[in-house]
Structures are given as structure tokens and as C-alpha cells.
Design a binder for this molecule. Structure first.
Ligand code: FE2
Length: 398
């Protein structure tokens, strides 16, 4: 009960604080080749020294160079930090900060998926502060000016290029923590489907389901704020259509371009109202077992929707209409169920299962407690107590 009360207080406080905060906006370059436009924009801004944050796989594949070619051609002094791994840690943030300071870079260009962009966000904040980044864990705690950050997303999933939040793994405490603050929103982003063409189908599927989760969690949120519904519907409608197409045929460029924009819209939606119970549980699977974020969300999503379908019925019924799975004359409850069934069918179509393979029963108590505590700060239609999470974990365990 205490947890439920805390949830009410935290959400109330967040809503009043958000009302006082200035609105956030940033520049977006979109469409095939837009990464070149973003680089040209950096050159026009007069930057001479750029740190490129990326990962080894993308550098080896040539994607990092492809995204930054315009800078290289213009003779901009470029330094690289490409040690960012999936589920980035505070140690990686510190290492990146050292590279940034040694190179004297004026700006960071992140080229990668959510892990790269999230790590770069906290590097940008750490570079201008002597505080321990661990002290920023929570909602809106980064308040200082950061090194300007620009982002090019190489997956159609996390939407991190459109948000003012980052998820970092705290290795010592076995936890994934969220850090946010208005200055963490990238100053400009490029949504360039050409840089996403080489994604293997399994990663396309998992990252795409992360984007769908963002859209749905923002849509069923209890926080009426900004354009979250418009952005969420723009994302959800497209994902149901485009994601199975690019999973089946990675050369479907139209679907790839649509999916890139959908993930960006979903990011814009969660940037206004945050995520929900699905992420609260999925983050634990990342912290405990290193399960990729998108895959964890994809598996958890139907369980949380079943759990939430009472209070979220009207919103889920609207989504059934949106994606065309509702029958005329159906009750609102039947429509809500049709939407949940459509999410399950989409997972099956993408060869995503219903279990978290490494999940151990011995960890259920700790994971349930951590997930319920994380959800305290999310404006969810149905708050979950640790016992509720445990019931879901039981079903997800092999
Ligand atoms: Fe996510």
C-alpha cells in the first residue's frame, strides 16, 4: 500500500514540475541521406572538433563513417569513442568523458542505437560537471548545461534521439537506472533509414517492438500531456504495417523509411509522458541477464497489456480501431482484447517467443521488487505491486 501511495505522490509531483518546465524542442533531419544534412548543419554551426560516439560493430561495418562522411570530407577534426557496448555502464560514461576531454571536442555526434545515444547523453553531462553521474538518477535531475549533443540513430527502435532521458546500467547494484533532464535532449537528430539498412532481421524485429512499446505505453498513460497521443498513433499505425514487411524483406526501402520515422514519433511520445510497466520489468531483464532491451519489451508487452486491460480498456479499444483489428458492433472490452491479441500475433510473426529464457525463479522476488519500485515514477493505468509482477514473471519463466 505504501508503494501505491508513493506512486500517487511521485506522479502528482512530476505533473506539477513538468508544468513549470520550459517546453522542449529540437531540430530533426529526416529521410534518406539526412545524416549528411545533420553533419553539414554542424559544420555551419562553426564546430571544428567533434567527438564521434559509436560502437565497434558499427565502425567495422562502415556505418559510423557513412554517417559522418560529410564531416570527414570537410576536414573537421574528429576523435572517436567507440567502446560503447549494449547496456552501457557508468564506467563507460567515465571512459568516454576522458576521451572527450583529452580530445578537447566541442560537441558530440552519437552514431548508433539506444545504447550509444544514451551513453553519449550522460557523457555530455559528465563533461561539464564534477558531480558523480550516479547522483543524477531520477526524473529531471540533470539541470546544468551539457556539451552539445547531436544524434544519428542506426536502429528504428529506442527513439533515444528524440528523448531527454538515458538508461545506464549500474553494475555494482545490478540495476538499470534512468537519468533525465531537459538539456539531455539532442540538439538535433537525423532519422536516416539508409543507415539502418544493414540491420539483421532479429534486431529489426526487437528494436521495432521497443518502438511499438513506446507508442503503446505513451498512449495508455494516464498523463494527458502535449502531443503524446498524436505521436503515439503515428507510430503504432505504421509499425503494425511496416515492421513485418522489413522483417520479411530487408530490402523494402519504403517500409524501412516508414519504420525509421515511426520509431522517432514513438520517442517523441515517451519524451512527454515517459514509459510504463513494460519497461519497468524489461529493464530488470537487461540488468540481470543482459537480455536486449527490445526483445525484453516485446516479450513483456502482452503480459502487461493483459494486466492493464481493465483501466486501459478504452485506450486499447481505440488502438484496435487504429490498426484495423476491431469488428463493427464489438464491445469496448472485446476491441481491447482484439488489440492485445494483435500484439501477440505480431510477436509471433516476428518469431519472438513468450518466455524470457534466462529468467530464474530464484530471482523472482528481487526482480518483482525492483520493477514495482521503478514503476512508481511511471504514469501507468494500473500500478503493479511486487505480487502482481511475480504473477507475470511466473508465466514468463521457462
Ligand atoms: Fe525502450
Amino acid at each position: 500500500m505504501l508503494l501505491k501511495l508513493k506512486h500517487k505522490l511521485v506522479i502528482g509531483m512530476m505533473k506539477s514540475l513538468a508544468g513549470l518546465a520550459p517546453g522542449q524542442s529540437h531540430l530533426a533531419f529526416t529521410g534518406p541521406g539526412s545524416s549528411r544534412e545533420l553533419c553539414q548543419y554542424l559544420i555551419n554551426q562553426g564546430y571544428k572538433k567533434v567527438l564521434i560516439a559509436s560502437d565497434k560493430i558499427l565502425r567495422d561495418l562502415g556505418v559510423t563513417d557513412q554517417g559522418s562522411q560529410t564531416l570527414l570530407d570537410a576536414g573537421i577534426e574528429v576523435a572517436y569513442f567507440d567502446d560503447i557496448e549494449p547496456n552501457p555502464t557508468f564506467e563507460q560514461v567515465e571512459a568516454g568523458k576522458q576521451v572527450l576531454r583529452a580530445a578537447g571536442s566541442e560537441v558530440i555526434l552519437a552514431i548508433g542505437g539506444g545504447s550509444v545515444i544514451d551513453c553519449a547523453k550522460i557523457m555530455s553531462a559528465a563533461a561539464t560537471s564534477d558531480d558523480d553521474p550516479r547522483s543524477w538518477v531520477g526524473f529531471g535531475k540533470v539541470k546544468h548545461e551539457v556539451i552539445p549533443l547531436y544524434a544519428i540513430s542506426t536502429t528504428a527502435g529506442t527513439g533515444s534521439e528524440a528523448t531527454a532521458g538515458a538508461v545506464i546500467t549500474d553494475v555494482q547494484n545490478h540495476a538499470k537506472v534512468v537519468i533525465s533532464g531537459a538539456s539531455l535532449l539532442p540538439k538535433a537528430a537525423a532519422v536516416d533509414p539508409r543507415l539502418q539498412q544493414g540491420l539483421p532481421p532479429a534486431i529489426t524485429a526487437a528494436t521495432g517492438m521497443d518502438a511499438l512499446t513506446h507508442g503503446i505505453e505513451a498512449y495508455i498513460s494516464t498523463w494527458e500531456r502535449g502531443t503524446r497521443k498524436e505521436h503515439a498513433t503515428a507510430a503504432i499505425r505504421v509499425i503494425f504495417d511496416a515492421l513485418p514487411k522489413i522483417y520479411a524483406d530487408s530490402s523494402d526501402h519504403d517500409a524501412r523509411a516508414a519504420m525509421a520515422m515511426a520509431a522517432y514519433h514513438a520517442g517523441m511520445a515517451i519524451n512527454q509522458v515517459n514509459v510504463g510497466n513494460v519497461h519497468a520489468i524489461a529493464h530488470q531483464f537487461g540488468a540481470y541477464y543482459g537480455v536486449p532491451h527490445g526483445l525484453a519489451n516485446a516479450v513483456v508487452l502482452p503480459y502487461v497489456l493483459e494486466f492493464s486491460k481493465g483501466p486501459a480498456e478504452a485506450a486499447l479499444a481505440e488502438l484496435a480501431d487504429l490498426v484495423g483489428v476491431a469488428q463493427s458492433g464489438q464491445s469496448s472490452a472485446a476491441k481491447a482484447q482484439a488489440f492485445i491479441d494483435a500484439v501477440k500475433a505480431l510477436n509471433a510473426q516476428l518469431d519472438i517467443g513468450t518466455k524470457i529464457e534466462p529468467l530464474k525463479r530464484d530471482d523472482h522476488d528481487a526482480i518483482a521488487k525492483a520493477a514495482a519500485e521503478e514503476a512508481v515514477s511511471y504514469p501507468v493505468p494500473r500500478f503493479m505491486m511486487p505480487a502482481d509482477v511475480k504473477a507475470m514473471l511466473n508465466e514468463m519463466t521457462v
